[in-house]
Design a protein around this ligand. Structure first.
Ligand SMILES: [Zn+2]
Length: 531
């Protein structure tokens, strides 16, 4: 008998609790929902104590049931009313196409840890979304600004055209005639559909949204899959903003906030003329919308390649560059392993935990029974630092430029509930060794030298590693081989700056082991930099 009330309460609380986000969101968000659940839990506790005291009656039971059901259904009712009013005011559409110009920003490629994501210009942009088939086609042309801007992201010459597509669970890019599967992008592209004004209203209506009055309007919230989505609807019944969180290896549960303003009427449908999306606190896209066409047809048959491709397993290859020095490649980014008498040093932890786990496994295979005492991080760009947290979990000391320490300490505190990594599961305070000028890591005949670069426009805290005995230079992003994989004036400036730094420091380099591409004689850098 003692168990009965408890299981009854659980069965009541269960469905209510399950409408909450699955703990996968920053606490301030789930907190707003918790507010409506907490009094219910309190009532449930009272109920248990009353039942235990023998005061349970049928009447009381239905009263308790009422206490559980009423507040939630009111919230749902509120949301429905607000959503219907918004849908009426904004115009219901099956599909929408909007176009304009603006800026595209490179997430995680800031010049310094305290600057915004670097900006390219969008000279043309058209996005078509069909809500019923959950498909979207985004076509854009971007150019790099002149003179070359600061910061990262692969440089290019002239115009770069992109066509990004998603249909249901499948995503691909169209470059020329051949579709390229974009498996890793599918989930975010799908959720982006529900972040648009009309998409938000549709998804909210289908997902038992709740509503809460706030200072800027009514906040409507719902959960789809693992994503919690909030949107604000103002007194004119327009969607003025949406927000969600997506997993990022550096920033954890990263906020994605989109602001919609300057609503105008386009063929009977209201649509914003200004769209700004921020990710991780800084803009990733801003658009001045000049054209909107409701209910255009979008037919996106999923290409066979997109349907059948799955994420390839992480591949790590190793190449011995010299005694005790290995070049670990096999993907888009490399690492270099250096063996010391009693420990290992790893140069670079790119991409994410999956890459780090595979690279660490390869290191342990090459040199069993030595700990990775140091991880050298060349710069804070996310594609070069997304795997660093794994080395913190591994117990390595992180060697990085002094400007990065406070940044890492701050951003690594963010919750990683969407995709918990090792460090999130077993929190540990990171240990740093910071660099601001030449530092030599020498031990029992083995030495490597770490140099911050002067005058670099790719990253303010970029560092390179030189091994004097082997005449090997390890560098990131200023020079990649084979030539032609990167181009444009910004890349040429990087080549020249790297070459100048090598000369300034009078480094006797024979081989460059780049963190993108293949090891190559230094003469290739010299040719590019002096051309
Ligand atoms: Zn970079």
């Amino acid at each position: 008998m003692a168990n009965k009330p408890t299981s009854f309460v659980r069965s009541l609380v269960g469905p209510i609790a399950s409408t909450r986000p699955s703990g996968a969101f920053p606490t301030d968000v789930s907190g707003t929902q918790m507010l409506s659940v907490l009094p219910l839990l309190y009532n449930a506790a009272q109920f248990v104590s009353l039942v235990r005291g023998g005061a349970m009656t049928k009447k009381f039971l239905s009263l308790v049931a009422l206490m559980f059901v009423v507040p939630l259904s009111l919230a749902a009712q509120d949301a429905k009313t607000v959503l219907q009013a918004a849908s009426k005011a904004m115009g219901d559409v099956k599909s929408i196409q909007y176009s304009g110009t603006g800026h595209l920003y490179a997430l995680g490629q800031a010049y310094s840890p305290t600057s915004a994501w670097p900006q390219n210009n969008i000279t043309s942009y058209t996005r078509t979304i069909d809500y019923g088939s959950r498909s979207s086609k985004e076509e854009l042309t971007q150019v790099e600004p002149t003179p070359p801007r600061l910061g990262g992201a692969a440089p290019f010459a002239g115009e770069q055209k992109q066509i990004n597509l998603v249909s249901g669970q499948y995503a691909w890019n169209q470059a020329g005639n051949a579709p390229q599967p974009a498996v890793a992008a599918a989930e975010e592209r799908q959720v982006q559909i529900w972040l648009t004004p009309h998409g938000f209203l549709k998804a909210a209506m289908e997902n038992n949204a709740t509503a809460k009055k706030g200072s800027e309007g009514t906040t409507v919230s719902f959960t789809t899959g693992k994503f919690k989505i909030n949107g604000t609807i103002d007194s004119q019944n327009m969607v003025t903003g949406t927000e969600t969180w997506v997993a990022n290896p550096v920033l954890g549960d990263m906020p994605v906030e989109t602001a919609y303003s300057g609503y105008k009427d386009f063929s009977g449908v209201k649509f914003p003329t200004m769209i700004v999306q921020k990710q991780g606190g800084y803009p990733v896209l801003d658009l001045a919308v000049t054209g909107v066409q409701p209910n255009v047809s979008l037919n996106l048959p999923v290409p066979e390649a997109a349907r059948t491709t799955t994420l390839p397993p992480v591949k790590v290859t190793s190449q011995k560059l010299a005694d005790g020095i290995w070049f670990l490649a096999g993907g888009s980014h490399n690492s270099v392993l250096v063996e010391y008498p009693t420990y290992l040093v790893m140069i670079e932890a790119p991409l994410d935990e999956a890459r780090s786990t595979a690279v660490i496994a390869e290191a342990k295979k090459l040199v069993p029974n030595k700990p990775i005492k140091y991880l050298i991080n060349t710069h804070h760009h996310f594609d070069h630092s997304g795997g660093v947290r794994t080395y913190v979990a591994e117990g390595s000391t992180i060697i990085t430029h002094e400007m990065n320490k406070a940044y890492y300490e701050q951003v690594w505190k963010a919750p990683h509930r969407l995709e918990p990594d090792r460090l999130a599961q077993n929190p540990k305070k990171p240990t740093f060794m910071t660099i601001k000028e030449k530092y030599t890591l020498a031990d029992a005949g083995r030495a490597l030298e770490i140099y911050p670069l002067e005058g670099d426009t790719h990253n303010a805290g970029l560092m390179m590693v030189y091994m004097p005995k082997e005449k090997i230079l390890v560098e990131a992003d200023d020079f990649s081989w084979p030539a032609g994989t990167r181009s444009g004036p910004r890349y040429h400036a990087n080549n020249v700056n790297l070459y100048r730094n090598v000369q300034r420091l009078m480094l006797d380099v024979k081989t460059i082991a780049p963190l993108h591409g293949d090891p190559v004689p230094v003469s290739e850098l010299e040719k590019l930099a002096t051309s």
